[in-house]
Design a protein around this ligand. Structure first.
Ligand code: BES
Ligand code: MN
Ligand code: MN
Length: 477
């Protein structure tokens, strides 16, 4: 990899400033990564708050205004703005400072909350998802303030949440209740990936999701499996039968109605996916690491993961799983099951369809309850706007390559809300890599991408301010 300063000439003094701050920017990120802000585990609520306070202090220090913690029934939001670029659009930048639990811990080569540099990467839980990427926004803003004499080229509001990984209730509520407080012309999200290393990428679609829990109850208490085996219902077997009835052997989802709303991407988008540098064997070997890929017949891997619904089981509990043997018929079994929703699918409707299917295939002798834990809408963003074009220009300048448009199979529930409640387009400019191990042991962020991301965001915001008239010169700071 060439050293960063050789990569590209630029006339942005904000970029020049950022290039002089590589060491400090990364050390600051490490301090943030040391805070175990795990939103799913109540024990860590204090740490989640500590991460929010870290960001409040940092936003104040770099020159943002109206910096505040917004309390919620869950984890706090962080808000700040700077709105003095008169005549310029308002950018709403979003990120999340919470992280996934780090387990299984013994699979980590270094401790998840003690960031270390190895082979040009920084390893830590949250390195790429999303603390590292969110922090790029702060460092881009700091560089802009520095280079533009304490001002920004565009207006900026920033909103950060601490419970994206658990469904994002607080921010969704805030957007519904106070849309005027986050009024903006476009949103900027860095929580996605490059399609391949050094390939500048804009993500234009995300799947939605419903996350559910199925509880199956049989006898009134655990029973001796010798005394009662043969007459008492077994919830684990019933649960397995229910799960087995949700998908056929080829990978189709067996929930009636599930595919009704799904529409194929248009021909141009499908054609552009065919041009992406994607090798199914490499994907199977290096990313997935399985003998064979599975999924709906008749669709490519990219279609299956980006444009079709999918169903997965995340965990099953019940009965005895310790060492040795215990002869018990458990009274109860549960499973965590989620569905990813393709564009146009509706979370509530999908949940009703799932419930109906489960009720329909419920074996005799057990009671079943299906609970919705959280839900988020799918989204496809519009690309024919000046913000996407400015993003393309900025990425092309930094990476010296034409930008590709992709979708992602993952979910960021708030992006659909930006479209729905604020009626604004979102630019999803992320710098993760396919092998960054998000949600898995040994999560990492490529350090070069951290710095290139900062430069891209700087040039993007400067480019938005410049507008689209040909021949206009970039402001120099
Ligand atoms: N940043 C991810 C989503 C993502 C990953 C988008 C990779 C594009 C590429 C986000 O933090 C995430 O993990 N979201 C959750 C959804 C949430 C409601 C639990 C997900 O997709 O599982
Ligand atoms: Mn994320
Ligand atoms: Mn995540």
């Amino acid at each position: 990899m060439p050293s960063l300063p050789d990569l590209l000439p630029t006339h942005s003094s904000a970029v020049a400033f950022a290039r002089g701050q590589h060491v400090r920017f990364l050390e600051e990120l490490k301090a943030l990564l040391r805070i175990p802000s795990i939103s799913a585990l109540p024990m860590y609520a204090g740490d989640v708050r500590r991460a929010a306070e870290f960001l409040v202090a940092e936003l104040s220090r770099i020159g943002m205004e109206h910096v505040r913690l917004i309390e919620s029934t869950g984890h706090p939001l962080v808000y700040a703005d700077w709105l003095h670029a008169s005549g310029q659009p308002v950018c709403l930048t979003y990120g999340h400072y919470d992280v996934q639990p780090p387990d299984p811990l013994d699979e980590w080569q270094s401790s998840p909350f003690e960031p270390v540099e190895r082979n040009g990467n920084i390893y830590a839980r949250g390195a790429v998802d999303d603390k590292g990427q969110m922090y790029m926004h702060l460092k881009a803003l700091e560089s802009l303030f520095h280079a533009h004499q304490g001002t920004l080229p565009v207006n900026v509001r920033i909103i950060l949440e601490g419970e994206e990984e658990t469904g994002g209730e607080a921010i969704a509520q805030f957007l519904r209740d106070h849309p005027e407080e986050v009024e903006a012309d476009f949103a900027l999200v860095s929580d996605t990936e490059l399609f391949a290393p050094s390939l500048p990428t804009l993500c234009v679609g995300l799947r939605g999701m419903i996350y559910t829990e199925i509880e199956v109850c049989g006898a009134r208490t655990d029973l001796h499996s010798g005394v009662y085996g043969g007459s008492a219902p077994n919830p684990l077997i019933a649960l397995s039968q229910i799960i087995a009835a949700l998908k056929d052997a080829e990978g189709r989802i067996l929930i009636p109605g599930i595919y009704d709303r799904v529409t194929a991407p248009d021909a141009a988008e499908l054609a552009s996916w065919k041009n992406l540098p994607f090798d199914e064997d490499v994907y199977r070997n290096t990313e997935v690491g399985a003998k064979e890929l599975v999924g709906e017949p008749g669709y490519s891997v990219l279609e299956r993961t980006w444009a079709r619904p999918s169903l997965d089981v995340h965990g099953i509990t019940g009965g005895f799983t310790g060492a040795g043997a215990k002869t018990v018929i458990p009274a109860k079994a549960t499973a965590k099951i989620s569905l990813r929703l393709a564009p146009e699918m509706q979370p509530q409707e999908t949940f009703e369809q799932l419930k109906k299917r489960v009720e329909r295939v419920r074996p005799r002798g057990v009671e079943v309850e299906v609970r919705l834990i959280h839900a988020g809408d799918p989204v496809v963003v519009q690309t024919g706007n000046r913000y996407i074009r400015a993003a393309q220009r900025a990425l092309r300048a930094v990476f010296d390559k034409e930008v590709v448009f992709v979708r992602s199979g993952g979910s960021i529930p708030i992006v659909a809300d930006f479209e729905r409640y604020l009626k604004i387009p979102t630019v999803m400019m992320g710098f993760g890599l396919p092998d960054d191990n998000l949600h898995a042991p040994n999560e990492k962020f490529c350090i070069a991408n951290f710095h290139l991301g900062i430069e891209s965001i700087i040039l993007f915001l400067e480019g938005v301010a410049q507008g689209e008239e040909p021949g206009r010169e970039a402001p120099t700071g």
